[in-house]
Design a binder for this molecule. Sequence first.
Ligand code: F0G
Length: 358
Amino acid sequence: MAENSGRPDRERMVWRGVVEEYRRFMPVNDKTPIVTLGEGRTPLIYAPVLSSIKSAKVYLKYEGGNPTGSFKDRGMTLAISKAAEEGSQTVVCASTGNTSASAAAYASKAGMTCAVLIPEGYIALGKLAQALIYGAKVMQIKGNFDQALEIVRELGENSEKVTVVNSINPYRIEGQKTGAFEIIDTLGVVPDYHFIPVGNAGNITAYWKGYQEYYKEGISSSLPKMMGFQAAGAAPIVLGHVVERPETVATAIRIGNPASWDNAVRARDESGGVIRAVEDSEILEAYRFLATKESVFCEPASAASVAGLMKTEVKPGSVVVCVLTGHGLKDPDVAISQISVPEAVDATYEAISKELGI
Ligand code: F0G
């Protein structure tokens, strides 16, 4: 393309994925083969309606913009790169869906075998389709996510041949912390509040780590309050005990015994934030609000962050970021349950004009 193509600063438009872009903060070396699908640099969308309601500047970090449609890609690029460096041929994970989709994609890119354990009947259709089409070995278990994770931990402990790529794998957290870097790099300031859904609690751990690293390096000069939200039927951290039978419409966060429980509590306490519960009805209300008022379609679990903001008072004029962790198309069944599907209309000009009232 001609130099004067009219596009700004073409060099800067090349994005190499989060590991290369934030290499200085990544545990990689010259021998690490970087397995990337160009994840990261997701939109940070200003939300005018929410901003007006909360008398604040509210932004949505839309992680549905990642290659497999969720934030998991940020951590998976590094976890799979390190597994490749260590010569691993097989990766395994337990998942409520998004981790399995991401693991399947990056493992396939690296030429590895990927096995995923998912709870039968509680995985959104889009996520199941992804894991299958990328070629993972998918095992639906007659149990929930917590039970799947127990089995995966055991597999990891008993076999040198498999690498576990759940967020108990520290590389996942290292990759996911880049979300915090991007927010600061894009906004030019640190948000006063960071709203985030909490399931297995890896992401809140990762964001807090990212914010702290920029602060310690002197790149930023403040830290946000970490505001975590669990679904009320799956809120072990809020309740202070394991939930044996977690239930929520937000299947992505249907977790009763989060692996990063202690780290989430630390993030909350060190930042002066909160971890609270939101009802399914509040999650769905926020989910519809985001689509109709802010034109952003996320999956139900993602809307937990905004459901949390809806019922939390923030300082007037403050900067607020809500992470929307996954794309709306991940869970078409919930989307369709929230609307009335239109009847078919005759294929004539007259019928359509009548429908439109013109
Ligand atoms: N939002 C979405 C869309 C998720 O898929 C998850 C977790 C979370 C929020 C919560 O993040 O676990 O780091 O606290 N999904 C995992 C999975 C458990 O298997 O895909 P977390």
